[in-house]
Design a protein around this ligand. Structure first.
Ligand code: 5GP
Length: 237
């Protein structure tokens, strides 16, 4: 499958057309941004790790009958996916308190939540991705109430599946962000599942193995991505 024209360049990925109008190529870059792109940097080989990590996780989810946009990994940095009409909602699922939840509710980080918490954010850079509820989604016409119900249910199932997969690899899934889209009227899980958009902690040491190392200047960033790659993909980096 050949890369054709560029459709869109984001902070961490570039999307290219292919000769099939239903398929696009996601190219994974090494660039990292945080805090509405006010903080920028390069994480060496992040694109390679993230493409492979995401491919392995999408393959696993597909085997568990989760409908995703993933078709196949094409190369070190390229993934073939179904073209989506992206729903402009970031869906966050949380198992432990951390990040913006801790800040918003005044909770210490790392407290296990009795039930997973689902949150929606409006995917809008100019507004800084504000948190929204189902009424706001209806107001902005971002998705139908049926879609929101399906997204919530599916995101919780993805959480259960990923938690189990990662637990077997000594990784705690603290929280993560998903994006959904429509493909010929079918709701599909899109984007990527990587340490850029998940909080992953080592089960024994609780050490952070994700983009928080970059966001919070904790050092050993490449090493953390490499270790997640090793545990999830079972391959030396
Ligand atoms: P928080 O709301 O605590 O900042 O983030 C919750 C989870 O969603 C974290 O795992 C974080 O990595 C992910 N997340 C939230 N917003 C974004 C975003 O704009 N980009 C990426 N890559 N991940 C996000």
């Amino acid at each position: 499958m050949e890369r054709r024209g560029k459709i869109y360049e984001g902070k961490a990925k570039i999307l290219y057309e292919t000769d099939d109008p239903d398929l696009v190529i996601q190219y994974f870059k090494d660039e990292a941004t945080a805090f509405d792109a006010k903080k920028r940097g390069i994480i060496e080989r992040k694109g390679v790790y993230n493409n492979r990590i995401s491919s392995v996780l999408f393959e696993y989810l597909s085997k568990q009958r989760v409908r995703t946009h993933f078709v196949k990994q094409l190369s070190e940095r390229e993934m073939l996916v179904k073209r989506l009409e992206i729903i402009k909602i970031e869906v966050v699922v949380r198992n432990l308190s951390a990040g913006s939840l801790s800040k918003r509710l005044g909770l210490e980080e790392g407290i296990p939540l009795a039930e997973p918490v689902v949150e929606f954010f409006y995917k809008n850079d100019a507004l800084g991705d504000p948190m929204i509820n189902e009424d706001h989604i209806r107001l902005l016409n971002l998705a139908t109430p049926q879609e929101v119900t399906a997204i919530r249910k599916r995101a919780l199932l993805v959480n259960e599946l990923l938690r189990e997969f990662l637990d077997a690899r000594d990784v705690i899934l603290v929280d993560f962000k998903l994006e959904y889209g429509r493909h010929h009227g079918q709701l599909l899980l899109g984007d990527e599942i990587t340490p850029d958009g998940c909080r992953l902690w080592d089960k024994k040491t609780l050490e952070k193995m994700d983009k928080d190392r970059f966001r919070r200047d904790l050092g050993k960033i490449e090493e953390a991505y490499q270790e997640v790659y090793r545990r999830i993909c079972g391959e030396a980096a």
